[in-house]
Design a protein around this ligand. Structure first.
Ligand SMILES: Cc1cc2nc3c(=O)[nH]c(=O)nc-3n(C[C@H](O)[C@H](O)[C@H](O)COP(=O)(O)OP(=O)(O)OC[C@H]3O[C@@H](n4cnc5c(N)ncnc54)[C@H](O)[C@@H]3O)c2cc1C
Length: 411
């Protein structure tokens, strides 16, 4: 039986909401904590539809939240997987420059990686690249030994298990439909009844901006959904890829470009691309939600973004609709790959926050309003960083959580 009166409610049982809840139960074991999740299981959205990479932190601007929380979060994630016997492998990866034009961006990643404190980074030429990845092709590559892989569904299930073991509750099939604020409490109307708390942490991913508005706050951004589609390598050709092979990303865009990822289950996938999705939970081309589409298209930021990135956006759509175009992008990294080696794989939807002027929010972004904290932009590498994000958010919320702790302890 879940108590309807709590100290703190977290909305969303993805890797971020659960990471936050886990940290609350660790730091404040006496607080009554409830996680509300609309689906029937944890990790049904981005946290269960991603590449499974434990990112190293090589990409991110030194000093940014992404850089700091990814580097500390990756170490914490490897330790967490080791402690709880979750499959993982710190297998390293290569980022491959295919032409001289890509070298300055590759050098910049090398510099950022050093500045972010990564160990063992090194540049290699084509021969050494072939020793590491025999089928990869490029003029230079950055070797990143601290990158790893895991299974974030298992990570989320373990987070939820630990939260419950420490006295918190994770309630699934509980859609938050309305939020009322009164001076002393926040009441959440859900499909499983009303729950109240004195503090709220919104980790609703693709719906975080709507939940923020529902709570009476202004998110200042809109979530625009970008689907990432994968192909799987047929098992007979999985040996073309030993670990992870990435292109040099376009620095103007927050996505990494289609790449090859070996999964902990031994499968290899290729992708994800980044196409504007016609529904927030639009995992397939045929998923269209008119309300979502109308809200994206009526947002000034959507058109600002479209003006800046229309060429890239059209290329992504082309690659999405044309397998030969997708294969050509992959052949730039792995010339031996052919269309017959690839079968359609899964997909995931990124919750990308966009400002009213069309700027894509690059860094992690949280906003605090009274006793409500909204997590509004936690794209990749948020799964990697989830333990560190949990700590950062609980730090940010600690003033109001401590208030409640005094009350919970009868102070
Ligand atoms: C294609 C793809 C590949 C990626 N690859 C990687 C990677 O390799 N490594 C990495 O570190 N990161 C990766 N990421 C990023 C990472 O997966 C996400 O940043 C992370 O999962 C975000 O977690 P979350 O908890 O914020 O979101 P989610 O997992 O989407 O969780 C939000 C939850 O809120 C719930 N919710 C929403 N509205 C309501 C409501 N009204 N009531 C109750 N519950 C609600 C949803 O059902 C959902 O379960 C990738 C993402 C994608 C899409």
């Amino acid at each position: 039986m879940v108590d309807s009166r709590c100290n703190v409610i977290v909305i969303g049982a993805g890797v971020v909401g659960l990471g936050v809840a886990l940290e609350i139960t660790r730091r404040y074991p006496h607080l009554k904590l409830l996680v509300l999740e609309k689906e029937d299981k944890v990790a049904r959205h981005a946290s269960g539809h991603n590449s499974g990479v434990i990112h190293s932190g090589v990409y991110y601007k030194p000093g940014s939240l992404k850089a700091r929380l990814c580097v500390s979060g990756a170490a914490a994630m490897v330790e967490f997987c080791r402690t709880h016997n979750i499959p993982h492998n710190v297998c390293g990866k290569v980022i491959v420059a295919k032409s001289a034009e890509e070298l300055p961006a590759l050098e910049e990643l090398h510099r950022r990686g050093h500045a972010n404190g990564l160990m063992g980074l090194r540049m290699v030429g084509p021969e050494e690249l072939r020793e590491i990845e025999p089928y990869a092709c490029g003029i230079k590559a950055l070797v990143v030994p601290s990158t790893g892989i895991t299974d974030y569904v298992q990570v989320c299930e373990k987070y939820a298990q630990l939260i419950s073991a420490r006295g918190g509750a994770v309630l699934t099939s509980a859609v938050v439909k309305g939020i009322r604020n009164s001076p002393n409490e926040i009441v959440l109307e859900t499909s499983r009844g009303a729950f109240s708390a004195s503090a709220l942490i919104n980790c609703a991913g693709l719906y975080s901006d709507r939940i923020c508005r529902m709570a009476g706050d202004n998110p200042g951004v809109m979530i625009i959904p970008f689907r990432g589609e994968y192909y799987d390598l047929v098992p007979e050709r999985a040996s073309l890829v030993r670990t992870l092979i990435y292109p040099v990303p376009d620095p103007r865009f927050p996505f990494l470009g289609v790449h090859f990822t070996r999964r902990v289950n031994g499968r290899v996938d290729a992708g994800p691309n980044a196409v504007f999705a016609l529904a927030r939970e639009g995992y397939r081309h045929s998923d269209i939600n008119l309300l979502d589409l109308a809200s994206s298209l009526s947002y000034s930021g959507f058109w600002g973004m479209a003006r800046r990135h229309w060429r890239n956006g059209l290329e992504e759509w082309h690659r999405s609709l044309s397998k030969p175009a997708f294969v050509r992008a992959l052949q730039a990294l792995l010339p031996e790959i052919t269309a017959d080696d690839l079968v359609p794989g899964g997909s995931g939807v990124r919750a990308q926050a966009v400002k009213p002027d069309g700027t894509l929010v690059d860094d992690f972004h949280f906003s605090l309003s009274g006793k409500r904290l909204h997590v509004l932009n936690v794209p990749s590498p948020a799964a990697t960083a989830s333990i560190a994000i949990g700590k950062a958010i609980v730090d940010a919320a600690s003033a109001f959580l401590v208030d409640d702790l005094v009350l919970a302890n009868g102070g």
